[in-house]
Design a protein around this ligand. Structure first.
Ligand SMILES: *[C@@H]1O[C@H](CO)[C@@H](O)[C@H](O)[C@H]1NC(C)=O
Ligand SMILES: *[C@@H]1O[C@H](CO)[C@@H](O)[C@H](O)[C@H]1NC(C)=O
Length: 439
């Protein structure tokens, strides 16, 4: 499967013992002011979303080929695979190949985003990086067909076209992995995940991202120093597989737990606030969302006046409840550099969700009379819209109304529907006769 996004991540499918990375100090300012918005340059939410979207079709399509012989291979040992997220198999000059170029040639070369350069790029990466294969979103490119794999079958199939367009077969198989949990036959080792959103690793990209929509973020423009640092991080990934590197924290589960907790309920909150005079109902929903963090001591005695200090313990508890355990020295000592990045991403994302919700909750607690009017509706709606836009989770992109049983919700993107490449809106298509057009 080949799909678009600006490649921000490189990951491995093997584990290993801790490498000696320069540890990035954990910064989590003790600022519990409900009015402090995240910095426009902060990337924790972007790391959070990209990491929790790995090996899933939709998120990696949104933020940007399939004669006929079939070869089936089985592995004879664990393969060391370097994984690139996004639509990294789609040869387009405007982003998807940036990270591969950087690792192959030490420069982003958009003019080489063509089929003619594909094998040279692969060979360069295979020769210099020491991996068995490159995985470009769902497409695996082996470095050596006789090393670590064995042929199971090599068959000639009937080459009669079964569909009016080969794209239907492609879309059929991609829908299996559209959403969480994605492709589960690949095991990513997040303890060595590398993100180009890591501001400590690639500070030169901060200014090129500034003011740009997320889908326009690129690696193009990275400076020499940062390029060398990224390459050094990839080369420092230990070559021997063990299953005990890092802290042992199940990051994908931690991230997914946060998504589960908020994804549906934020969506409902937004839909409630579309109706007039719905603030009271929205407030009840927010109370439920914050239920595990609404300390008895915070609202007894009832707060009065314009001070929001009473809400600070609720904000702090909500923002830290899921990651507090990682503050302990024993956990800190085991985190890899990559895990520090993941922890910061979880914290920043969780914090902003809580800041927004607790801000609304505190307003409702202080001014109960305003819950029956319509004054707060627009204000709260724009707060929820801003938060959801900042989070940018693909789970909120849906076919509305939902598709029929013999239809699929299709997110247009490469290699088909290129005219919708940059602003895909999902729509129901028929992947069975009579087919819907997909191009
Ligand atoms: C591929 O792997 C085989 C078996 O390990 C080895 O003999 C051969 O030299 C490798 N080929 C290349 C081009 O590295
Ligand atoms: C964000 O980055 C831009 C571009 O580098 C810079 O001008 C701006 O001061 C930064 N803002 C903050 C709050 O750090």
């Amino acid at each position: 499967m080949k799909l678009k996004s600006w490649l921000r991540l490189l990951l491995l499918t093997v584990d290993s013992n801790a490498a000696q990375f320069n540890q990035v100090p954990l910064t989590f300012p003790d600022d519990w002011n409900l009015n402090t918005l995240p910095s426009p340059n902060a990337t924790g939410h972007l790391v959070f979303d990209t990491i929790s979207s790995l090996l899933q079709h939709w998120p990696n399509t949104r933020y940007h080929y399939v004669e006929c012989w079939i070869l089936t291979l089985v592995t004879t040992r664990p393969l060391r695979v370097l994984y690139f997220d996004g639509s990294s198999a789609t040869k387009m000059p405007d982003g998807p190949m940036d990270t591969q170029d950087l690792l192959a040639w030490g420069a982003v070369l958009p003019e080489r985003a063509t089929v003619e350069w594909e094998y040279e790029r692969l060979n360069r990466m295979c020769d210099t990086l020491g991996f068995d294969a490159m995985q470009l979103n769902f497409e695996v490119m082996l470095c050596n067909f006789t090393d670590g794999v064995q042929i199971q079958t090599f068959l000639r199939l009937e080459d009669e076209p079964r569909f009016p367009h080969h794209g239907y077969a492609f879309i059929h198989s991609s829908t299996w992995h559209d959403h969480h949990p994605g492709e589960t036959r690949i095991h990513l080792d997040l303890t060595y995940a590398i993100s180009l959103y890591d501001i400590a690793l690639a500070p030169s990209l901060v200014s090129s991202r500034y003011g740009q929509a997320r889908r326009d973020h690129r690696v193009l423009g990275i400076d020499e120093r940062d390029m060398a640092a990224v390459l050094a991080r990839v080369q420092a990934i230990p070559s021997h597989s063990s299953h005990c590197s890092g802290s042992g924290i199940d990051w994908r589960t931690l991230f997914q737990g946060l998504r589960d907790r908020y994804a549906t309920r934020l969506e409902v909150l937004r839909s409630v606030l579309v109706e007039d005079n719905s603030v009271q109902r929205a407030f009840v929903l927010i109370q439920t969302l914050l239920g595990p963090y609404r300390l008895h001591s915070a609202v007894v005695p009832p707060p009065s006046g314009s001070d929001t200090a009473f809400a600070v313990p609720v904000f702090r508890l909500c923002a830290t409840a899921h990651t507090l355990f990682a503050n302990s020295e024993s956990v800190q000592a085991t985190l890899t550099a990559s895990e520090h990045l993941l922890l910061t991403a979880a914290r920043e994302t969780n914090r902003e969700i809580c800041r927004t919700l607790v801000g609304m909750w505190a307003e409702g607690v202080r001014y109960p009379a305003s819950l029956s009017g319509s004054r707060l509706t627009g204000k709260w709606r724009s707060e929820v819209d801003r938060l959801m836009d900042w989070l940018g989770w693909s789970v909120w992109m849906k076919c509305r109304p939902a598709c029929a049983a013999d239809e699929s919700c299709y997110l247009p993107g490469g290699p088909f529907s290129m005219e919708e490449w940059n602003c895909p809106v999902p729509r129901c298509v028929r992947l069975f006769e009579p087919y819907s057009g997909i191009d």
